[in-house]
Design a protein around this ligand. Sequence first.
Ligand code: DQA
Length: 164
Amino acid sequence: RRILLINGPNLNLLGKREPHIYGSTTLPDIEKQARNQASSLGIELETFQSNHEGAIVDRIQEAAGWGPNAAASSSLDDVRGRKVSAIVINPGALTHTSVAIRDALSGVDIPFVEVHVSNVHAREPFRKHSHLSDKAVAVVCGMGVYGYTAAVEFAARHMKVVDE
Ligand code: DQA
């Protein structure tokens, strides 16, 4: 069983960027804590951060055992051979813009939790809409970086995984 934690654009700057909104914890701290948390539950957790939409799409496909060159292998058996049971994703600003990430998550059919450090509903109106939320198993926002802990806990303990 494996969980993949994905962070999108600018989240490499957590701890430095707008600390009044995002707090002072860094991404390496978050990733380390998430790995330890998962491992205490007997689960492996992989992490990935990119500022690039296409790189995130590639990583999501890879989580299903599909690479960017996977055109030939598209049977249901491939989905069963998926490498990751659940995804926890903070897509950053791509939340509000990316149909490609939505399609990638729908395409691989891996259940995911959407995380936002800030309360996106209490900010600019353009942050209220997410291209992912209606496909997510759960959405966490406004809990600060604790949202990652909550999401990993939920993913590890409560999300149905294919290889169980
Ligand atoms: C964010 C919220 C987004 O609106 C913003 O673009 C981010 C971070 C959050 O974690 O609160 O980059 O996803």
